[in-house]
Design a protein around this ligand. Structure first.
Ligand code: SF4
Length: 256
């Protein structure tokens, strides 16, 4: 943190139930090295307790505090105010796009979480699950230098879906994070997953805008993963054309 002080205007999107949205302005004195989420919390704590927003871990692991900040998707707990405005400037905070707004800055991510389950995305990698069992935890720090291993890379923040132009125009499109989850899991030999992603609203709907990769705070590169998923789909189709390697296609052994 610096000893510098800036006066900035937080322009907060407000919307309750079916009412039309509007913006409320709050003037704040901030340290420019504070994060945008700190500013939103200060608005709530000292100006208006009815402002609704999602937040939890404050260190880019839970993915809860995603918002649009001056028109760009950001994880607000790791976005310094200095990065998005200047002294005397405006910080406009809005809810993520392409999700239903529940209240003000909070969106409903229920459908997205269900889709992540559908493609078998593991929020915690199996070896992390092993490692965090006290009796199985290694004595020293694990290989990435952290005392405790962090979650696998996609934090399910939804920023990529908000930034995706196809999600905006095709509400049934599975979206970047979900398709990236399927790619990470792998579709080889999984007919159900192949059927899900090899569809009109699956991997072929993407128009390669790569806005998803540009905003992802966890370097998942969903755009590139969708391209790789297409490669996996084509490989599966060819494999299946020649008899396939799925268990269901293996020759049945006849008992003698
Ligand atoms: S792929 Fe990246 S931007 Fe999309 S939900 Fe996962 S972490 Fe967030």
């Amino acid at each position: 943190m610096s000893s510098e002080k800036w006066t900035v205007t937080f322009q907060v999107f407000r919307k309750k139930a079916e009412t039309p949205g509007y913006y409320d302005d709050f003037k704040l004195e901030v340290d420019p090295d504070e994060y945008v989420l700190d500013g939103v919390e200060r608005v709530w704590a000292f100006h208006d307790r009815t402002v609704t927003f999602r937040h939890a871990c404050h260190h880019s692991t839970c993915g809860a505090c995603g918002m649009r900040v001056n028109g760009v998707e950001k994880l607000t707990c790791i976005t310094p105010i200095r990065e998005v405005t200047h002294n005397g400037g405006v910080v406009r905070v809005e809810p993520l796009r392409n999700f239903p707004v529940v209240s003000d800055l909070a969106v409903d991510m229920g459908k997205f979480y269900t889709q992540m389950d559908d493609v078998k995305h593991a929020a915690v990698t199996p070896d992390v699950k092993e490692a965090i069992q006290p009796e199985k935890r290694p004595a020293g720090p694990v290989s990435d230098g952290l005392e405790f291993p962090r979650l696998s890379d996609c934090i399910e923040c939804g920023l990529c879906i908000s930034a995706c132009p196809i999600s905006a125009s095709s509400p049934d499109y599975m979206g970047p994070a979900v398709l990236a989850g399927a790619q990470q899991h792998g579709i080889s030999g999984d007919a159900g997953l192949l059927c899900l992603v090899d569809s009109e609203d699956g991997a072929w709907r993407c128009h390669s805008a790569f806005e998803c990769s540009a905003v992802c705070p966890s370097f998942v590169e969903p755009g590139w993963r969708i391209m790789d998923l297409r490669r996996q789909i084509v490989a599966e189709r060819i494999k299946n054309m020649f008899g396939g390697a799925n268990d269901k296609n293996k020759p049945v052994e006849v008992a003698k």
